[in-house]
Design a protein around this ligand. Structure first.
Ligand SMILES: [Zn+2]
Length: 157
């Protein structure tokens, strides 16, 4: 890193340490030319995800909102909160890995449903029924028979 004082292109790291919350590293640097000392912070770059809703409105991805919906779907099922936490972490990881700053709410729902279907069928159907707002019982039954036919790899939670 360039010296902030004399502009010399190479400065030396004299100390590196965790900035306290394990999400950043603090480095003390010194310029071998002029002796100027300064501090830099290194952080993981994680842009805020934007969810594009069906009506075209955009909102910030809200992890808690997704989690709340999943909790409701998993009531009175053996699905644990730890499984849900891991599931959301997996969804987030996929979204960050693909590098797209925006995701449609339908894609997000599909990603959650796909993982939920491997965890618990009842929870999946509840979540899907809220999410897709089935207009009639026929649509609901079609969905149900589809997951029963589908061979999915169980989600490793
Ligand atoms: Zn310097």
């Amino acid at each position: 890193m360039k010296c902030g004082q004399c502009g010399q292109p190479d400065t030396k790291v004299i100390e590196s340490r965790d900035a306290g919350d394990s999400t950043a590293i603090r480095r003390r640097r010194a310029c071998p030319e002029c002796g100027y000392r300064f501090t830099t912070y290194e952080r993981l770059e994680r842009p805020q995800l934007i969810v594009v809703k069906n009506n075209g409105n955009r909102e910030l991805f809200n992890r808690d909102k997704l989690l709340a919906g999943l909790y409701r779907a998993c009531e009175k099922t053996p699905v644990t909160s730890l499984q849900l936490e891991k599931m959301i972490a997996d969804v987030e990881q996929c979204l960050y890995a693909c590098g797209e700053p925006e995701v449609s709410s339908s894609k997000l729902g599909e990603m959650a449903m796909e993982r939920l279907s491997a965890l618990n069928e009842v929870a999946y159907v509840r979540f899907a029924s809220v999410y897709r707002r089935f207009k009639d019982i026929a649509g609901f039954e079609k969905e149900l028979s589809e997951i029963r036919d589908r061979k999915v790899e169980p989600f490793k939670a």
